[in-house]
Every structure is written in structure tokens, then in C-alpha cells.
Design a protein around this ligand. Structure first.
Ligand code: KIV
Ligand code: ZN
Length: 523
């Protein structure tokens, strides 16, 4: 929960408000659209991990955005839910409507302040923008008690004018002032000085919390965020995996772990449960189908991997030689408990518990059966394999179509074909189709057995673990008119994973359709 007044900077450990904008700025990045269900899942995880404020979307942008923000506002138990609104009466009213059921609602309204934006985008004078700020912040404040105002392109705004805008926003009732580096142009010393100067010069600055929001166009988003905090900001706006417009925003996992790992240099604290960072990273990567760079700080697959002889030698003697934080501290489970075909149901259940999964008896039995199948095919079953398998299993609840069997002919001689058997609403159906490659053949066979008009919008394969026996995780996105679903399927056989992902997407699509026309398989 946020506080309306700025804590004194001299505090031994000043609390930092973590404002996550994965669902808004993150979703704005090309190709990262998330479905309604995905957004709810991400929001629930952000809430569970201790994020103070979740920016759930931009309610005026579309009916879907409005619905998602309202649903997240209703479902979230702890965090403040913010919606974004331009400095336009209709935007603010719609945003207020979307967040009003939240335990703690916030309206985040913004307007550009830089000469470049005023001249080329808004065609407004400085005086006109000042009037807009006073009027729209007042409107927002009449709807909710917690209002954030952002000066878009603050870092290219003359300081005198920026101070006048900030003063007007606070006077009109803004409780948080965000000074974004919208275009990722600032350097750390400059960004720090901007916060110091604004806080010193604006007479009512002590009535608001100051916030940083940095873009990574020059790779400086994280450094600038910390510099802004050194200059007196106490809210950091960030995203999981650093998702966001263009080069992205400062990454939440980096912000949190920098504060946690260097308390001697950074005298701040955050309320985030860092052991959930890896899980959040994987979830966001899966639902957006944006892979995480291998060497990404904190959550990249190489973040805790040691290859060189000297490093391995040091690690064997003492992990602190080359690791400044433990894998466990960010939720990368220890690989000491190696799971394989000799592991029993009890060990499997304990393993799941360690990984944060609590399954009912039936789901546990199903997951265990699939784990045993996997263990028969793979030498080592890594935690990531189990995670993919269980996530897949959980997603299979209430499905109408299941994969019974699949046989594929692939290779150079062609034609490639797939014979698939599906259980559709309890009836076994089989079909053999040809295609332009094995995946095309599989999807053609599925379309024949379950006719539909949905268009395949995305097909992506990730190897969940290493080696040629790695488990493959396939993401499939289907679009049918206004409806869009993304689903995943995992299996050591990429073709089986592809079939599972396509079928899971169809199951999701039917749930969506059922809300409109129950019992229809075809659209
Ligand atoms: O980068 C930016 O300026 C923004 C604002 C809407 C806060 O995302
Ligand atoms: Zn932004």
C-alpha cells in the first residue's frame, strides 16, 4: 500500500514503492499483447509477490482493456490497482470507473510537458497545458483519493516549467508525481539532479511521493532509476523482464535484487518476495511469447551458470567467489534434488511443494503419471521440466478436447503427414492429413476433426531445458474475430508439444465462445 507523503531521504532504510507496469507499458510493446485470462494470472502473481501498485492497463484504449482493468481491480486482494488515463475528461472518467472496485484504486493521468511534444504532438502552449493539468488532476481527485500525475517527456522539459507543472499537479490533488524519462534520453547524474532540483524548488513538493519511470533506449533505465531514487524519488516504475515500449522499461527483478544485494550502498527496502521473481519472469515470457535473453540479469538462464574452469573451481570451493546472490534467493530451485525415473510419488509431491505448487489428489496423480512418462524418456528431469509439465497439467482442467495419440511422418522424402486421434467431448475421432511439414500436417488434421475459423497468429517453440532430450514448450496463439487466446503445450517431443499447444488453445477458445453461444465447437 502506498503512503501519500514523501518519506525523509535520510531514513536508514527508506521503503521504496514498487509500481509494476508490465500490464500497461509492458503490453504496449509490439507483439506482447496478453489475453484477458493471462492478465488476470499475471496480476494475481504480482499481488502475491508483494508489488505495491499494479498498473493494470489503459481503460480507454479498448473495451478489452477496460474489462481487464475492472476484473483485476475486483480480484486483487492487496495491491493498489492503477489505470492509465490521458489528460482528457472521458479518459479519466472511464479510468475511474474501471478501478473503482479495487481495495485501493489509483488514477494515473499524464500529459506531455516538453517543448518538442507541445509543439509537434499537442499543438498547445505552456499556459494551456498548465490549465489542463489543474483541471484533469482535480477531476481525477474527485473520483479517487490516490492520483498519480506524470509529466510525459519530463527529461526534455525545461526545469522552470517542469516545476510549475509539478506544483500545479500537487495543488490540484496529485499524491504521486512521476517524472518519466519517456524516450530513454537521460544520463544518471542528470536524472538525479532533476529530482533534487524539482523537490527543492517546488514549494508543495513534500505533499507528494516522487516516482521514476525509465526507458532503456540507451541501456540506462536501471541506472537512471537508482539515480532518481538517490535524488529523492521513492517510487520505482518497472516491469517484469524489462518489457515495455521500444527497448523496454527498468526491470523489476533488477531493481528488487539491487536493493536486496547492496544494502550497504542502497539504503532502501522493498516489500517484494524475491523468491517469486523467476516464476514471474517465466509466466510473463510465456504469456507474451517474448523469450528472456539468456544472459539477462537475475532471470536469464545463464544468470547462475558457470562454465569456465576457474569459475567452476571457485564455486566448488565457495559459492561466494563468483555468486553475489544465491539462485534460491530469486526462486531458482536448487538442483541438488535430482528427479528421475526412480523418484516416487512422495518425492514428487515434496518437490512440487518446494516449487510452490499445491495440487489436489487427482491433479497430483495426473501430473505424476506424466512425470513418470517424461522420466522414462529423459536422463535428468530438471525443475523447469516439472514446472512446464505442471503448468500444462493445470491448464488442462475442464478441457473438451484431449490428445489420444499422434503418429507423424517427417523428413526429406515427403509428403509429411500426421495421423491424430482426439477425444472430443467423449467421442474418439481420428484423421490423417498431409501438410507443408509435420507441424502443418498436425494442425491440418486437428482443423478437420474440430472445424473452426480461428487463424493461427503465432507458433513458437522454446526448449525448456538443455540438450537434445530437452522438453519443448510450444506457444500457440489463435485469433477468431475479436477473440484471441494463447496456450502452451509441453513435451519432450516437439511435435507432440505442438499438438498439445494447438489443442489447449482450441479448448480456451471454446471457453470464450461458450460465454456467447454454449455448445458450439465450430464458430
Ligand atoms: O514513458 C512514459 O512517459 C509513460 C507515461 C505514460 C508514464 O509511459
Ligand atoms: Zn513508459
Amino acid at each position: 500500500m502506498t503512503t501519500a507523503t514523501q518519506p525523509p531521504i535520510a531514513d536508514a532504510k527508506s521503503p521504496i514503492v514498487i509500481f509494476d507496469t508490465t500490464l500497461r507499458d509492458g503490453e504496449q510493446c509490439p507483439g506482447a499483447t496478453m489475453t484477458f485470462e493471462d492478465k488476470l494470472e499475471v496480476a494475481a502473481l504480482l499481488d502475491a509477490m508483494g508489488v505495491d501498485i499494479i498498473e493494470a492497463g489503459f481503460p480507454i484504449a479498448s473495451e478489452g482493456d477496460f474489462e481487464a482493468v475492472s476484473a483485476i481491480a475486483k480480484a486483487t486482494k492487496r495491491a493498489t490497482i492503477a489505470g492509465l488515463a490521458r489528460a482528457i475528461e472521458g479518459d479519466i472518467a472511464r479510468c475511474g470507473e474501471a478501478v473503482r472496485h479495487a481495495v485501493s484504486p489509483r488514477i494515473h493521468t499524464f500529459v506531455s510537458t516538453s517543448p518538442i511534444h507541445l509543439a509537434h504532438q499537442m499543438n498547445k502552449s505552456q499556459e494551456q497545458v498548465l490549465e489542463i493539468i489543474s483541471r484533469t488532476v482535480t477531476q481525477a481527485r474527485n473520483l479517487v483519493g490516490d492520483v498519480e500525475w506524470s509529466a510525459m517527456d519530463a527529461t526534455r522539459t525545461p526545469l522552470d516549467y517542469l516545476c510549475r507543472c509539478v506544483e500545479a499537479a500537487i495543488k490540484a490533488g496529485a499524491t504521486t508525481i512521476n517524472l518519466p524519462d519517456t524516450v530513454g534520453y537521460a544520463v544518471p547524474a542528470e536524472y538525479e539532479a532533476m529530482f533534487r532540483n524539482v523537490r527543492e524548488r517546488v514549494p508543495n513538493a513534500d505533499k507528494a511521493v516522487f516516482s521514476v519511470h525509465c526507458h532503456d533506449d540507451l541501456g540506462l533505465a536501471m541506472a537512471n532509476s537508482l539515480a532518481g531514487v538517490a535524488g529523492g524519488a521513492r517510487q520505482i516504475e518497472c516491469t517484469i523482464n524489462g518489457l515495455g515500449e521500444r527497448a523496454g522499461n527498468a526491470a523489476l527483478e533488477e531493481v528488487v535484487m539491487a536493493i536486496k544485494t547492496r544494502p550497504d550502498a542502497l539504503h532502501y527496502s522493498s516489500g517484494i518476495d524475491a523468491t517469486m521473481l523467476t516464476r514471474a519472469s517465466k509466466l510473463v515470457s510465456a504469456v507474451t511469447s517474448f523469450p528472456v535473453q539468456y544472459n539477462k540479469a537475475i532471470v536469464g538462464r545463464n544468470a547462475f551458470a558457470h562454465e569456465s574452469g576457474i569459475h567452476q573451481d571457485g564455486m566448488l570451493k565457495n559459492a561466494s567467489t563468483y555468486e553475489i546472490m544465491t539462485p534460491e534467493s530469486v526462486g531458482v530451485a536448487k538442483t541438488s534434488l535430482v528427479m528421475g525415473k526412480h523418484s516416487g510419488r512422495h518425492a514428487f509431491k515434496e518437490k512440487l511443494k518446494d516449487m510452490g505448487y499445491v495440487l489436489g489428489d487427482n491433479a497430483l496423480q495426473d501430473a505424476f503419471t506424466r512425470f513418470k512418462d517424461l522420466a522414462d524418456k529423459k536422463k535428468i528431469v530438471y525443475d523447469e521440466d516439472i514446472e512446464a509439465l505442471v503448468d500444462d497439467e493445470i491448464g488442462h482442467k475442464n478441457e473438451r478436447i484431449t490428445l489420444a495419440s499422434l503418429a507423424v511422418i517427417a523428413g526429406t522424402t515427403g509428403p509429411q503427414s500426421a495421423e491424430i486421434a482426439l477425444d472430443v467431448d467423449g467421442a474418439l475421432k481420428t484423421f490423417k492429413a498431409e501438410g507443408n511439414g509435420p507441424v502443418d500436417a498436425i494442425f491440418n488434421a486437428i482443423v478437420t476433426l474440430v472445424p473452426h475459423n480461428a487463424v493461427l497468429d503465432l507458433y513458437q517453440v522454446h526448449a525448456v531445458t538443455r540438450g537434445t532430450d530437452a522438453q519443448a514448450e510450444v506457444s500457440v496463439r489463435l485469433v477468431e474475430g475479436e477473440k484471441q487466446v494463447t496456450a502452451r503445450g509441453a513435451d519432450p517431443d516437439t511435435l507432440v508439444a505442438s499438438a498439445r499447444a494447438y489443442i489447449a488453445a482450441l479448448n480456451k477458445l471454446m471457453v470464450k465462445r461458450a460465454k456467447l453461444r454454449p455448445d458450439t465447437l465450430a464458430s
